[in-house]
Design a protein around this ligand. Structure first.
Ligand SMILES: NC(=O)c1ccc[n+]([C@@H]2O[C@H](COP(=O)([O-])OP(=O)(O)OC[C@H]3O[C@@H](n4cnc5c(N)ncnc54)[C@H](OP(=O)(O)O)[C@@H]3O)[C@@H](O)[C@H]2O)c1
Length: 255
């Protein structure tokens, strides 16, 4: 059976990916939706013309990865899309954010993303697509959001390398790198600090970011960057010295 697997499906970008993949790829036999909040996953049923398999899992737990491994072994699906959208960030200087939150970002954004990818890879269809949610925070170190930005730099680097590795199998990996998006992300991120005004003003719609991610993934793009502002930021981060950009950002943070 051809399926899609989406982590972080209970809200924001992951949820939007479920809705858009379901609408665009009605021939999928199932979408497996993963997150901790089961009621949110159940609520998605009936909103997409594809049956959902609800997997309420905390992906930072060994037992959750075991459960996913067993589901894959039992059902032996052909995975056409894997979307890794589970992730979170906590704003604040290193050492001021709780230790569990600092290491927790690494555990979910990096380790769990690698683990899910590893487990699903043997089941990926030829010409299948992997969509990894990185962030524009991957482009440049971010004082005040250091651990989060570093986890996303990891996701971007990992995804690009994986994209090269998987080309012989016809599988393409797209690292999605949006700037700020209007989701529950900031409700969680801002319990430890607030985002600068310029980020609040640049908030994108999750629908549009997800739509571009689906299009870019179908086109086989390695990186998906939404909006002219973030595209310019991406370009500048490639051509300007990062020290200079960090100084500019330090001034903007002060606003
Ligand atoms: N919003 C932005 O500005 C933005 C910008 C760039 C990149 N991103 C990235 O895009 C992805 C989606 O973020 P979002 O904006 O959609 O945020 P969101 O609305 O807060 O969604 C995060 C998702 O991750 C899931 N999650 C959190 N902890 C988990 C765990 N331990 N195990 C399994 N799932 C877990 C949450 O579900 P449960 O709580 O139910 O587990 C939720 O479904 C993230 O990787 C984020 O870093 C976001």
């Amino acid at each position: 059976m051809k399926i899609a697997i989406v982590t972080g499906a209970s809200s924001g970008l992951g949820r939007e990916m479920v809705l858009q993949l379901g609408d665009r790829y009605g021939k999928l036999g199932e979408i497996w939706v993963i997150a901790r909040r089961e009621e949110r996953l159940v609520e998605l049923k009936g909103r997409v013309p594809v049956p959902l398999r609800i997997l309420p899992l905390d992906l930072t737990k060994e037992a959750a990865l075991y459960r996913l491994r067993k589901e894959l072994e039992k059902r032996n699906p052909e995975v056409v899309f894997l979307v890794n959208a589970s992730g979170y960030g906590k704003i604040g200087p290193v050492g001021k954010v709780d230790l569990e939150e600092e290491t927790g970002m690494v555990a979910l954004n990096c380790e769990a993303l690698c683990a899910v990818t590893h487990l699903v890879l043997p089941y990926m269809a030829k010409n299948g697509r992997i969509i990894q949610f990185a962030s524009a925070a991957a482009f440049l170190p971010q004082p005040g959001f250091a651990v989060y930005a570093a986890t996303k730099a990891f996701v971007l680097s990992y995804s690009r390398a994986l994209n090269s590795e998987l080309k012989p199998r016809g599988i393409r990996v797209t690292a999605v790198c949006p700037g700020p998006v209007r989701t529950e992300f900031f409700r969680i991120a801002e319990t430890t600090g607030t985002i600068p005004l310029y980020k609040r003003l640049a908030m994108a719609s999750p629908k549009r970011v997800a739509a571009l991610a689906v299009r870019d993934s179908a086109a086989g793009k390695a990186v998906s960057v939404y909006g002219p502002l973030m595209k310019a930021f991406f370009l500048l981060s490639k051509i300007l010295p990062h020290g200079l950009m960090l100084t500019v950002m330090e001034h903007l943070q002060g606003d």
